[in-house]
Design a protein around this ligand. Structure first.
Ligand code: NAD
Ligand code: UDP
Length: 329
């Protein structure tokens, strides 16, 4: 115990002397994580990225791999690992329904045991931990738009529950740790985010529709297309995460675009941007697919001075350029 405390004090003194915060980004080879690593490096942090590469890719890190201030380790957060850090952004977890349902048990382990491991690291080194939570904690909401004080409407045993319920438990773990042991935690409830570095085959609506539109294939809409989401461009999301980490707001706080869009409107916009060559076809709606989803971001606006700046059409254009470069259409 005493040794532990001495080690911690020594580590803090060393890091202050070196004048450079050590930041760990788990899931840093994924879509949002890779943009976060790039942003943190540009701000002068020393960035350590842990990723098991289940859904992430080293290609997302090519622009920073040679930086002397960046280090990548292939590591699964379900396994404990000791490492001295000042800040932890815990993004490790598959995010698309296709990916997180592929190995549902592993998804649960990642957002429970994995989160515990991150909390223990945070406690050992007095580090602040930001958890990437999700709008899925609201399930198929009965309150609209969703505010942070809404408790949600989640099916605890359905196919999405491995993700929804383990993310809810992760929030609970963070809060319990903070109350009981004084951990410094931040909880971001991330709503649908899109942009470059999305996986082209992750089955999410933005990536599916853009890839289909570029290939002049049919655009697949599940259900009637009247269901809604709000789509936040990735640079805005990363900015929200960085602001939350730096703030004294513990959260949970909603981070997402406050403009609600139907899936049909999204499909029309994407088709139009790609030249209008595709037809729309309708498939059945997946089980428990939420009908309406839109964040109330008053808290983020007031406490973080944050709101998304990139309009949907503009963000879709950037994303389309990215997909064009990787799929060659
Ligand atoms: P992503 O799948 O692109 O990235 C997740 C990364 O975590 C991948 O690189 C993957 O290999 C890695 N990973 C998964 N399990 C791991 C484990 N056990 N140990 C180490 N690494 C592991 O997803 P994303 O869209 O970048 O999402 C990042 C985070 O944001 C996730 O926690 C997700 O739940 C959350 N989130 C994302 C969205 C969104 O719209 N993209 C919405 C809500 C919440
Ligand atoms: N969706 C769709 N066509 C697709 C992929 C998804 O209509 O090719 C729908 C999906 O059923 C959901 C919405 O788009 O209603 C958003 O799906 P996504 O998987 O991107 O995110 P999530 O459901 O997790 O919010």
């Amino acid at each position: 115990m005493l040794l532990d405390q001495t080690g911690r004090v020594f580590y803090r003194a060393l890091s202050i002397l070196k004048g450079m915060d050590r930041v760990l980004v788990t899931g840093g080879a994924g879509f949002i994580g890779s943009h976060l690593c790039i942003r943190l490096l540009s701000e002068g942090y020393r960035v350590y990225c842990w990723d098991n590469l289940d859904t992430g890719s080293m290609d997302n890190l090519t622009s920073i791999l040679s930086s002397p201030h960046f280090e990548f380790a292939r590591h699964d957060i379900v396994q404990p690992r000791d490492f001295a850090v000042d800040r932890i952004y815990n993004l490790a977890c598959p995010a698309s329904p296709l990916h997180y349902q592929r190995d549902a048990v592993k998804t649960i382990m990642t957002s429970t045991v994995g989160v515990m491991n991150m909390l223990e690291l945070a406690e050992r080194y007095g580090a602040r931990l930001l958890q990437a939570s999700t709008s899925e904690v609201y399930g198929d909401p009965h309150v609209h738009p969703q505010r942070e004080d809404y408790w949600g409407h989640v099916n605890p045993i359905g196919p999405r529950s491995c993700y929804d319920e383990s993310k809810r438990l992760a929030e609970s773990l963070l809060m319990a740790h903070q109350r009981q042991r004084g951990a410094s935690v931040r909880i971001a409830r991330i709503f649908n985010t899109y942009g470059p570095h999305m996986h082209p085959n992750d089955g999410r609506v933005v990536s599916n529709l853009i890839v289909q539109a570029l290939k002049k294939e049919d655009l697949t809409i599940y259900g009637s297309g009247c269901q809604t989401r709000s789509f936040c461009y990735v640079s805005d999301m990363v900015d929200g995460l960085v602001r939350l980490m730096a703030s004294d707001l513990r959260g949970p706080v909603n981070l997402g675009h406050p403009v609600e869009t139907t899936v049909r409107e999204l499909a029309d916009m994407i088709n139009d941007l790609a030249g209008g060559h595709s037809r729309i076809v309708y498939h059945s709606l997946p089980t428990d697919d939420p009908y309406r989803r839109n964040p109330d971001i008053t808290l983020a606006r007031e406490r973080l001075g944050w709101e998304p700046l990139v309009p949907l059409r503009e963000g879709l254009r950037y994303t389309m350029e990215y997909f064009r470069s990787i799929i060659g259409h």
